[in-house]
Design a binder for this molecule. Structure first.
Ligand SMILES: CSC[C@@H](O)[C@@H](O)C(=O)COP(=O)(O)O
Length: 317
């Protein structure tokens, strides 16, 4: 069965609690916009397109409860600042409300469009993947991060199921471990050959000739093609450039911010320093040492070989 991060059922939103993966598969029921906003903040659900879809259903539940749509909109908007899909989805819901349109149909359409975009990007992106490719990916861009199938991981799935004998290097993705916890979980479920590496292993593997391409997702893309994505993506793009390895970004057009030209203007989320020093009650750094946790970085368009959206292949560089 296809992996899903969330399900809309009988007027409630069911979320797979991604904080507990891979050990425990636990579904949580959300009944209003406040619970939805908290779930996004706490990263019970994460990944730009999934955040957008879930926020749309959160907006629907809030308005159905009779809350002021402006308050519902603001509450959901002030959860995570970088992923553009959140604002894309909320703006669509607000416009639908103002036009008196069916909010449930709009939220369902946002989910369905994201799923179909992933399916389309997978086919387009697969054309760029050679047989026997050893693909390096960062963070989690799979079914868990979207309405289903995935962006960068969707391309990887497509290449695998078209019998290209691909192999995936999975960056563990410090500090929140979306790579080792979530991407490896998705790949294991479908028996897609992979190995987890520490983020700092990537450069040496490239130097040794063990990486044929890098594929990542995006949280926000500017008009000139600068890309915000999980911290560590910029370093990978520089390494790929130095080693002459193609660097691909896969994201739906709902990740493109039409108001921003340069990556310098993308707000970068700074998360709790505790997330750098500890994981699941295991403290591995001195409590008194300060830490910096930037959740995202910016990869300039110049470092990107191609951006794949559902509309086609864009070469910003
Ligand atoms: C299809 S998901 C693309 C991005 O959202 C993904 O690469 C990423 O950076 C997710 O960050 P997260 O902090 O886990 O929400």
């Amino acid at each position: 069965m296809e992996i899903k991060a969330f399900r809309w059922e009988s007027g409630k939103l069911l979320l797979l609690d991604q904080r507990k993966l891979p050990e425990v598969e636990e579904w949580v029921v959300l009944e209003d916009h406040l619970q939805t906003a908290q779930a996004i903040k706490d990263m019970m659900v994460r990944g730009a397109p999934a955040i957008g879809c879930v926020a749309a259903y959160g907006f629907l539940m809030g308005v159905r409860k009779g809350e002021d749509p402006k308050v519902v909109y603001e509450t959901l908007k002030n959860t995570r600042p970088t992923a553009y899909n959140l604002f894309y989805a909320l703006n669509r819901m607000m416009e639908a409300y103002q036009r008196g349109e069916d909010l449930e149909a709009t939220a369902r359409a946002i989910e369905e469009e994201d799923y179909l975009a992933n399916r389309k990007m997978a086919k387009i992106g697969n054309e760029l993947i050679p047989k026997n490719a050893r693909i390096l990916t960062h963070c989690n861009t799979g079914a868990l991060a979207t309405a289903g199938h995935g962006t960068a991981l969707g391309v990887i799935r497509e290449a695998h199921y078209s019998n290209k004998s691909i192999f995936v290097w999975v960056d563990e993705t410090r500090p929140y471990l979306q790579g080792s916890r979530l991407t490896a979980w998705e790949l294991s479920k479908e028996n897609i050959p992979h190995k987890i590496i520490t983020d700092s292993t990537a450069g040496f593997l490239m130097k040794k000739g063990f990486v044929d391409c890098v594929i990542v997702g995006a949280d926000r893309i500017t008009k000139r093609g600068d890309v915000a994505n999980k911290i560590g993506t910029y370093a990978l793009s520089v390494l790929a450039k130095v080693h002459g390895i193609p660097f691909y970004v896969v994201a739906p057009s709902s990740t493109i911010d039409p108001n921003i030209e340069s990556g310098e203007d993308i707000p970068i989320e700074e998360r709790f320093e505790e997330e750098v020093k500890a994981f699941k009650n295991c403290q591995f750094a001195p409590k008194e040492s300060p830490a910096l946790h930037l959740a995202f970085d910016i990869t300039p368009a110049e470092n990107i070989t191609a951006i794949i959206t559902e509309k086609g292949i864009w070469k910003p560089s």
